[in-house]
Structures are given as structure tokens and as C-alpha cells.
Design a protein around this ligand. Structure first.
Ligand code: GDP
Ligand code: IMO
Ligand code: MG
Length: 445
């Protein structure tokens, strides 16, 4: 079988589709696993032999000890969190020697004031909404993602991983940054002493020194890997409908988390990507604010939440649940140029007499469309048009061959493939590596 030189794994909904599981699985066929966007807002769960790992910054390939992991320049790195994850894996017997983890010297650093700003602004906006103003809060993970990317785009006050290695540069930058940020935090109602540049510079220089063995020019590292014939696997964080340009703005995250973020987030041209696997949860979930046309606020949504354990990996928040929105998934597959799909958490749907698939939207003027609209205000006004299909009774979490799936489950996969116009190559029926069905030649298409 031809193994592509680079494969992208990307979520096609609002996150938590099961990207971590598929990256861990596909890591076996690749040499280098690369994160290109987002930060510790991501929570990727991998289950190996009953052991559960939750990764936020480290690529999920970290669990395969013969693989190289890269944190590309497009990621925003919280150094404390990164060290915590490295140490956490080491304590569980998985070592990350410096030759196995490369962190871009150009990746931007999430500083404590970014996280404070994120939480404080969300608080101000939520309180304003409580007093009758428009609700402008996004329901962020409060990991400082937005403020860090804002500093990157704003340029002058930004701090990159490479800056942590030079105590003088860092101290001089933090003198001015802290003066400005302290006033901003005060204006947002944060009741804390002004930021202390000397203490912060000391702490972050020390963190930088601890990470020094990993910090490098990953752009040349990645081009060298491609030239050496290494196979790359890009691990998307967050998901296409949270993409800053192509998601449901403003209820999105602050990076290009579709496949389109790979070139700027790694320094590699898009032409290296041969295969793009779109990860689709068999139903719908969303965390935080924003329109979600197929949300089910009744018993069915509750049943999906309990069967799917739909509580956030990063924040523990209950996820909003509903049915599969094929209009949205087809849009994301188009944006990302998916060559195949992996349908995840299919086991969660066992026991429903009927399942709903959204195949169109009815607009307020009564017209119908099967085109997605990423504008949040417009999307909030649509009514889903449902296709109701038969469910299946038996549990399927032990099944490993497509032929053993109930016919209704097979039809469900085929309907997804037909609507999205992309073959389903993998169906996942449980969190463990083993609970995976490869559809191969007989892919539902
Ligand atoms: P990610 O952010 O896309 O990597 O997804 P998360 O890890 O946040 O959420 C997916 C959750 O579903 C995790 O708890 C996984 O262990 C779990 N999971 C993945 N695939 C399956 C599956 O096929 N069935 C079930 N029941 N759970 C799954
Ligand atoms: P993974 O990689 C689910 C959502 C947040 C919020 C919005 C903005 O695990 O699929 P942010 O903190 O990024 O500024 O929050 O985006 N969000 C996610 N939701 N899974 C994720 O990542 C997410 N990353 C961001 O809930 O609504
Ligand atoms: Mg997640």
C-alpha cells in the first residue's frame, strides 16, 4: 500500500471529535507528528490498554516512543503546561528525550497575564450580558489563547519561545509589557497587585532554560524531515468550525485550526499534504457559546451526553449535544480538502430507535439551502431539515470488522459518505486503539 508522505488529521465539527485517538493510531504509519495551531485549549484523549492520557500541548504521537514530535511555530505554548505534560508522561514511563521533541523558537508564549486577561474579559462580558447587554462572551477555555495570538498579530509586546532563552531581552521586554498589561488588567476589574517584571522575567527565563534542549528552528527541521523521506502527520487542534477565518465567527478560537493553518503554522507548503482525514463525531457537540443548529436540549441530547461522557477534556464543562449536521460537515470537508473520513463514537448511538441527520437548513424567509453559513448571526436563525433514519439496538463496542456492524449502522456510515462525498475509511466504536474498524477497500462511499 502507498503510504503518503504527509497526512493531516483535522476535526470537522466544533472540536472533541476524537482526533487524539486517530492521531495515536495513524502515528504507527508515520515518523513525525506535528502540532501547528492552538495551544492548551486543546484536550486530546488517547486510551492505550485501558490507560487514559489527556494531552493538551504535546502531539498525541508522544505516546509512541519511536516517533518524533514537533510543536510548530503556529502553536501558542504555555511553558509551565508543556513541562507538566513532559513530566507527567515521564512519570508514567514514557520519556521525551530532546531528540524526540522539537519546539519552535518562533512559537509564541502564553504568559500568566494572557490567561488573566482571557478570564477577566470573559467575566466582564458575561456580567454585561447578565444586565441585558448583547452576550459577547465566547465561553473560552481561559487558557490565554486569544490574548496570546492578539499579541502575536499586534507584534510589539509579543514574546516567543526563543526570547525565553535570553534573560536581558526578556527582562527589557517585560518591563514595558508589565506596565501596560497591569493597567489593562486593572481596567478589566482584576483586583491584584501590578505585575512584577523582575519576578516574571526570572520565572520565565528559568522555564526557558528547562525547555532549552527542545527549542529549535523547527522549520528547517521539518523541511529536512521531508527531504529525508520521513512521513509527517499533522495533528489539528480545535476544529474547522472553530477556525478564526472559516468557523462560526466570533464564536471561534484564535487560530486557523482547519487544514489551512498547516503552511503558516509549520513553514511547510500545503503541497506536502497527500491525505487529509476528516474526523467526524457520529453526532454533534459544542463547548462554549455560539450557534449549534442541531443541538438537542431534550432527552435525546441528555442521553447522548451520558452515553458519550460528553464533558470537556480541558475544562470539565458539560458539552452541548445534538444530532449530526451533515451540512456543516460537508462544508468543513470542502474547506479542508478531505480525502477520507473517520466516524467516531458510533457506539454512543446504539439503542436509539431513530437517528436524525441534518441535510439542509430552512432560513427565516422559508427558503431552503444545503450550504453552510459560517456567520454566527445568520446560522443562529436557521432551522435544520431532518432526515430520520432507523437506529440499531445492539451495543457495537466489541466489533472490529465492518461486516459485523448492524446493517443500520452500516447504512448510517454510507449516508454520511454519500452526503459529504468523501469515503469513510475508519469507524470508531470505543476509546481504545483496538475499538477501531478499518473500512479499507469496502469503505462506505
Ligand atoms: P479530541 O479533542 O478531538 O482529541 O477529542 P477528545 O479527546 O476531547 O474527546 C473525545 C472523547 O471520546 C475522548 O474521551 C475519547 O477517549 C473518546 N472516544 C474517542 N473515540 C471514541 C469512540 O469511538 N467511542 C467512544 N465511546 N469514545 C471515544
Ligand atoms: P480540541 O482540540 C472543543 C472552543 C472553546 C470556546 C472557543 C474559544 O480538544 O478539539 P479558546 O479558549 O480557544 O479561546 O475558546 O473554542 N474550543 C474548543 N472546544 N474542543 C477544543 O479543542 C476547543 N478549543 C477551543 O470551548 O467555545
Ligand atoms: Mg478535545
Amino acid at each position: 500500500m502507498h503510504t503518503p508522505s504527509a497526512t493531516a488529521v483535522v476535526g470537522l465539527q466544533w472540536g472533541d471529535e476524537g482526533k487524539g485517538k486517530i492521531v495515536d493510531l495513524l502515528a504507527a504509519e508515520h515518523d513525525v507528528i506535528v502540532r501547528y495551531n492552538g495551544g492548551a485549549n486543546a484536550g486530546h484523549t488517547v486510551v492505550v490498554d485501558g490507560e487514559r492520557y489527556a494531552l493538551h500541548l504535546l502531539p498525541s504521537g508522544a505516546l509512541s516512543e519511536d516517533k518524533t514530535c514537533v510543536i510548530g511555530n503556529g502553536v501558542v505554548v504555555d511553558p509551565r503546561q508543556l513541562l507538566k505534560e513532559i513530566e507527567g508522561l515521564t512519570a508514567r514511563g514514557i520519556s521525551l528525550e530532546p531528540d524526540r521533541l522539537l519546539v519552535s523558537d518562533r512559537a509564541h508564549v502564553v504568559m500568566p497575564y494572557h490567561k488573566e486577561h482571557d478570564g477577566a474579559l470573559e467575566g466582564v462580558l458575561a456580567r454585561a450580558a447578565g444586565q441585558g447587554d448583547e452576550n459577547l462572551s465566547i465561553g473560552t477555555t481561559k487558557r490565554g489563547i486569544g490574548p496570546t495570538y492578539a499579541d502575536k498579530v499586534h507584534r510589539s509586546l509579543a514574546i516567543r519561545m526563543g526570547d525565553l532563552l535570553d534573560a536581558d531581552v526578556l527582562r527589557r521586554r517585560l518591563d514595558i509589557v508589565c506596565a501596560i498589561r497591569s493597567r489593562e488588567l486593572e481596567a478589566l476589574g482584576v483586583d491584584a497587585p501590578p505585575l512584577d517584571p523582575a519576578a516574571l522575567a526570572d520565572e520565565y527565563h528559568t522555564l526557558g532554560e528547562r525547555l532549552r534542549p527542545y527549542i529549535t528552528d523547527t522549520v528547517y527541521g521539518l523541511h529536512d524531515a521531508v527531504a529525508d523521506g520521513k512521513r509527517l502527520l499533522f495533528e489539528g487542534a480545535n476544529a474547522c468550525l472553530l477556525d478564526i477565518d472559516h468557523g462560526t465567527f466570533p464564536y471561534v478560537t484564535s487560530s486557523n485550526c482547519s487544514v489551512l493553518g498547516i503552511p503558516p503554522g509549520t513553514g511547510l507548503p500545503g503541497t506536502v499534504i497527500e491525505e487529509t482525514v476528516g474526523i467526524v463525531k457520529a453526532y454533534g457537540t459544542r463547548v462554549g457559546e455560539g450557534p449549534f443548529p442541531t443541538e438537542d436540549l431534550g432527552e435525546d441530547g441528555e442521553r447522548i451526553r451520558e452515553r458519550g461522557h460528553e464533558y470537556g477534556t480541558t475544562t470539565g464543562r458539560p458539552r452541548r449535544c445534538g444530532w449530526l449536521d451533515l451540512v456543516a460537515v460537508r462544508y468543513s470537508a470542502m474547506i479542508c480538502g478531505c480525502t477520507s473520513l473517520a466516524v467516531m463514537l458510533l457506539d454512543v448511538l446504539s439503542g436509539f430507535e431513530e437517528l436524525r441527520l441534518c441535510t439542509g437548513y430552512r432560513l427565516p424567509d422559508g427558503t431552503v439551502t444545503d450550504r453552510f453559513m459560517p456567520d454566527a448571526r445568520r446560522l443562529a436563525t436557521v432551522e435544520p431539515i431532518w432526515e430520520v433514519v432507523p437506529g440499531w439496538e445492539p451495543e457495537i463496542d466489541h466489533i472490529t470488522e465492518a461486516a459485523d456492524l448492524p446493517p443500520e449502522a452500516h447504512d448510517y456510515l454510507e449516508r454520511i459518505a454519500a452526503f459529504v462525498e468523501c469515503p469513510v475509511a475508519i469507524a470508531s466504536v470505543g476509546p481504545d486503539r483496538r475499538q477501531t474498524i478499518r473500512l479499507g477497500q469496502h469503505a462506505a462511499s
